[in-house]
Structure formats: structure tokens, C-alpha cells
Ligand binder design. Structure first.
Ligand code: SF4
Length: 460
């Protein structure tokens, strides 16, 4: 059973009398478990819907959907499938105390993987889940592989029951399901020959594995550090060399790099990022792969739409990861608008210095960095530091932060979105919300806008 949260006016749902609290029981006699059932089973033009109305009355609707008329039903958030692994590098365990409760949920949910691109390990799949993935063609999925050697993967996941990933992926790919994979690089465990072997195995699965990213493990001040540590510069370089070898092979064999190092891996290795063209469609951008180049691409595409900001001083808040790379991004925006862009690099006071992504910046740190900055005409804040409710990780609402700052601020994903909306003569940069579509659970947090996403997603 799933329950209606809201119904859009002028929709089919409203016409039927569905309302908040209505229980949606079955479609064509098939019980509804979650949003996937709802979406897939009601996709036809004709179906029979069994519902229990808010009054308690059971009703069966024989529906013939007029063309173009949406059901218009928003469901209550699904119960998140919890993670059964216990990775030593789990970011949830690296959370400080006192954050809002959803941030302590360790999700491992193939449904969110399909819908939002969250990485899942597939270790908690039941046979009916696998059948459902195939039936509904939930593809592509995003899967945390880490290592294809079953023993090493189990050690990393701290889950002796974790199934062997290669047969699992093969079973799916043979049935038309594709994957984007990631390897969270834990030095001394799944780097070196293990990484070579992992990439080789994944490549051997053929076109069903669409891409693989290699992401350096990220720990916070609160993480358990007994078994894992962050990689050194030399270890990042070695991993990049392995990635490059694999990418060279893939370029020759498949016409694209297929295997990508996360931006963070390049940063930590002290090596230059590849050009934007390297990343193709930026398919793992949300995982911090090509995020910097993507941002530059977005700005370049919007150059002719950017307003004249001559004489304006614009602050741009970012995390420490992006600090060194941001000047090259800002240069394009400055020359296009005539504005003076000033980078405000903010250290993460909540998670500690090791967490460098802008996406996890607490409002308190931003407020401290901008206090007294009356010289700035307005400031762009990383939109992905906030959740759907425009609330920062330390539970401060964006509008409250804005009210405490001495200048107008605007949430922005990529500069272009915020700057193109700024008035020219009068810089009207009030707080604007980006649309957020993910539920507020742990692993979908911050894929940062102008910070390099690395911690939340990849460590899953
Ligand atoms: S990192 Fe991901 S897979 Fe590992 S314990 Fe945490 S939520 Fe589970």
C-alpha cells in the first residue's frame, strides 16, 4: 500500500477524488508496494485502481486516461531500504552528532539508484527485487563495486554475506540492465593490482557496464580510522595511472574512456584535469567525475546570456577542494560580465578540514566567512549545500542565513543559473531555490555545485 501526499489540481487524480491520505492499494489487481509500482503500473492508458479513500471507503476506479492528462499524484516518501553493510569509511558514521535524523540513515536502495543516481551495493537484493529490476527495466543503475574480488569487497563492505558482484552484474546485463560503477579507492586494500583486476573484470562484462569511476575515499574527523586511511598523493597518482591505462584501452576498444578518475583524485594527485570532451555526457558528474569541467561548460554555454556586471563585486563561496580550481572557472564569468568575482573559500567547521566539498558546508561556516563583507555586492552560495527544504546541513534555513548576511545572496548550481537571473542595473539577487528532487536521506546529500562532490555519494 502507498499513500497519497498531494494531488495536483486539474489532474486525473483530482478528478477521481484522490486526496492526501488516500491509500492506493492495487492496480489491475496487483498490490502496490512503492512509487515504482505506481509509476509503472499506471503508465497504461487503461487500468483498474483500487483505493481506500480518506473516508475509509474502498473504491475501485476503472480508469481510461484521456491523452495527456497526468495522474497528478504525489506519494508519501518511500520507506528507504537500509544498508546492511558496515563500511569503515561510511560517511554516516563520520557524521558529527546533532544533525537532523535523516542524515543518519544509511540507505542502500536500488530504487533510489534508478531514480536519483544514488550508488547502491546490491548486497541487499532479494530475488523479487532482482526480478522487479528486470521487469521494470530499472536501467541504468549506479553500483558501488569497490573490488570485484569477493573477499576484498566483503572486507571493504564489512559484510561477509555480500554476494559476488561479477556474477550478479552479469546476470543483470544479460537481461538488458546497464550499470555505472564506482570504486571507492582505499589505499592498501583495493588499489594497485586489485584495482587493475577490478577494472579488467568490469570491462570484461561488456557494454552493460557503461562507465566506472575511481574515487578516493573521504573521511571526516569523526570517521573510524582504524582500518582505512585516505590515499597519499603518490597513491592517487598510481591510481590515476591505472585509470589512464584502462581508459586508453577503452578508447581503442570502445571509442570512449569508459574509466574515469574523480576530480578529487586528480586534485589529490596534483595532476591536471582532462578537458571537458574527455567526459562525454558527464554521466558520473554527480559523483564528482568531471564536475569542474561540467561547470566550465555550463558557464561557457551561458556567456551570451550573462548580464553586464561591470563595477560589481561578486563573492563566490566554495569549499577547499574547489578553491585551487575555481579561478579558471571564474575567469570566464569575469570576462563575460565585467564583474569582479572574488572567491570565498570556506573550511568545513562541522566535519573538519578533511571534508572539502562545498556541498557539505554548514551555514555557520559560511556566515562566519562572510561576516562584515560589506564590500561585496552579492554572493553566490553553492545550492547543493542545501536540501529540498533549502536547509543547510547544520539545520539553518537558507533564508535565515541570507537574513544574517550583510549582502544579498543567491543559491546557485553553476553560476549561469544565478547570474542570468540577476537584474543588470539593480542586482536583484534574493535567495533563490534550486529545485531539488531527492529525498533527504544520507547518500543523496550534496553533489556539490561548485565544490567537488566526493564524500556522501562515493562512500556508499
Ligand atoms: S558506505 Fe554505503 S554501503 Fe557502506 S555502510 Fe555506508 S551506506 Fe552502507
Amino acid at each position: 500500500m502507498i499513500r497519497v501526499q498531494s494531488v495536483a489540481p486539474d489532474s486525473l487524480g483530482a478528478e477521481l477524488g484522490l486526496a492526501p491520505g488516500t491509500e492506493l492499494l492495487a492496480v489491475n489487481g496487483r498490490a502496490l508496494e512503492d512509487f515504482l509500482d505506481w509509476e509503472f503500473l499506471t503508465a497504461d492508458d487503461r487500468f483498474v485502481l483500487a483505493a481506500r479513500m480518506a473516508t475509509g471507503e474502498d473504491v475501485e476506479f476503472d480508469i481510461e486516461r484521456p491523452e495527456g492528462l497526468a495522474m497528478g499524484v504525489t506519494l508519501e516518501p518511500p520507506r528507504i531500504r537500509r544498508c546492511g553493510n558496515h563500511c569503515d569509511f561510511c560517511f554516516v558514521d563520520g557524521n558529527p552528532e546533532g544533525l537532523r535524523s535523516p542524515l543518519y540513515i544509511r540507505d542502500d536502495d536500488y530504487r533510489l539508484s534508478f531514480r536519483y543516481g544514488n550508488f547502491a551495493t546490491l548486497t541487499n537484493l532479494k530475488p523479487w527485487d532482482a526480478a522487479r529490476i528486470v521487469e521494470y527495466r530499472l536501467s541504468p543503475l549506479y553500483v558501488s563495486v569497490h573490488a570485484t574480488d569477493a573477499t576484498i569487497r566483503r572486507w571493504l563492505l564489512r559484510n561477509p554475506e555480500a554476494p559476488d558482484i561479477i556474477p550478479q552484474l552479469r546476470w543483470f546485463t544479460e537481461r538488458g540492465i546497464a550499470f555505472h560503477a564506482q570504486v571507492v579507492l582505499v589505499p592498501g586494500v583495493n588499489d594497485g593490482p586489485v584495482l587493475e583486476h577490478t577494472l579488467d573484470d568490469l570491462y570484461g562484462l561488456g557494454s552493460g557496464v557503461l562507465s566506472v569511476s575511481v574515487v578516493p575515499v573521504a573521511l571526516t574527523e569523526f570517521s573510524k580510522r582504524g582500518l582505512v586511511r585516505e590515499p597519499t598523493r603518490a597513491e592517487c597518482r598510481a591510481a590515476l595511472a591505472t585509470v589512464d591505462r584502462m581508459a586508453t584501452r577503452a578508447l581503442a576498444g570502445r571509442g570512449g574512456p569508459w574509466c574515469y578518475g574523480a576530480d578529487d583524485l586528480y586534485l589529490q594527485a596534483g595532476e591536471a584535469l582532462p578537458d571537458a570532451a574527455w567526459y562525454g555526457d558527464f554521466e558520473q558528474r554527480e559523483n564528482g567525475v568531471g564536475a569542474v569541467r561540467y561547470l566550465q561548460t555550463r558557464i561557457a554555454a551561458a556567456l551570451d546570456r550573462l548580464p553586464d556586471l561591470s563595477g560589481r563585486r561578486i563573492g563566490v563561496v566554495t569549499g577547499t577542494a574547489m578553491g585551487p580550481l575555481m579561478p579558471q572557472v571564474l575567469a570566464g564569468a569575469a570576462s563575460a560580465t565585467g564583474g569582479r568575482f572574488e572567491l570565498v573559500v570556506v573550511e568545513n567547521t562541522l566535519f573538519g578540514r578533511s571534508v572539502t566539498t562545498a556541498g557539505l558546508l554548514p551555514a555557520a561556516a559560511i556566515e562566519r566567512a562572510l561576516a562584515g563583507r560589506t564590500d561585496l555586492d552579492f554572493v553566490l552560495l553553492p545550492a547543493e549545500s542545501t536540501n529540498d527544504d533549502l536547509t543547510f546541513i547544520d539545520d539553518v534555513r537558507a533564508e535565515d542565513l541570507a537574513g544574517r548576511l550583510p549582502m544579498p545572496v543567491r543559491l546557485s548550481y553553476d553560476f549561469a543559473d544565478a547570474l542570468t537571473q540577476c537584474g543588470m542595473g539593480n542586482v536583484e539577487c534574493g535567495m533563490a531555490g534550486g529545485t531539488r528532487s531527492r529525498p533527504d536521506t544520507q547518500s543523496e546529500i550534496p553533489h556539490s555545485a561548485f565544490g567537488i562532490p566526493h564524500s556522501r555519494g562515493p562512500n556508499t
